[in-house]
Design a protein. Structure first.
Length: 198
């Protein structure tokens, strides 16, 4: 049973190694296969998730071979949702979310990702999250900064639907979740929608 597996003695080192391997695997995905996965995941999201007008959807700017969410978000925006991008305000602190729309003024932030300028700070109702890796319990292996875990802990009083979006090649048996790790509600891949298994 995975739940009874003991974590490695050097869990941080194990996670670093897993992260490097999974990133290399994702970056090596050939363009044709990436496009096929992108198309299937987009169709799955549009078919199974229909945010109402006024819903605040947090997307992410794709980075290091992540799924491109802007095609899905464009459709949702046409149906009246508001969209926000995550902003790193300070190291080891939760993210903030600034409203974003195509053409809004931005400046480069952490990892050179765009940060909207002068727009409203909003709390998301639906949060799209890009895991480096994920497991059967929908726990996320991220880039190691802990920003999303801190953010989800801060948003615990709000009803936020957390949707991880990944490719099947990012699946691992377990991330050996620790008390500070917070699971996503579901993970969507080219194979379908994965719900948390206990």
């Amino acid at each position: 049973m995975l739940g009874s597996m003991a974590p490695p003695d050097d869990l941080a080192g194990w996670r670093r190694a897993q992260r490097a391997e999974l990133l290399a695997r994702r970056m090596a995905l050939v363009p044709e296969q990436r496009l096929r996965h992108q198309t299937v995941i987009t169709e799955t999201l549009l078919t199974h998730f229909t945010p109402k007008a006024g819903t605040v959807v947090a997307l992410y700017w794709p980075f290091k071979g992540e799924f491109e969410p802007r095609h899905v978000v464009r459709h949702w925006r046409n149906c009246g949702v508001r969209t926000v991008l995550p902003v790193v305000v300070e190291k080891a602190h939760p993210l903030q979310f600034r409203e974003w729309w195509p053409g809004v003024a931005t400046v480069p932030g952490v990892f050179n990702l765009p940060v909207p300028q002068g727009t409203e700070l909003l709390i998301p109702d639906l949060l799209l999250m890009p895991p480096v890796g994920f497991d059967a319990q929908c726990f996320r292996l991220g880039y190691g900064g802990g920003y999303y875990d801190r953010t989800l802990a801060e948003l615990a009083g709000h009803q936020v639907l957390c949707i991880g979006i990944a490719f099947e090649l990012s699946r691992i048996d377990t991330i050996f979740p620790q008390p500070h790790d917070i699971a996503m509600d579901v993970v969507v891949t080219e194979a379908g929608i994965h719900h948390r298994r206990n």
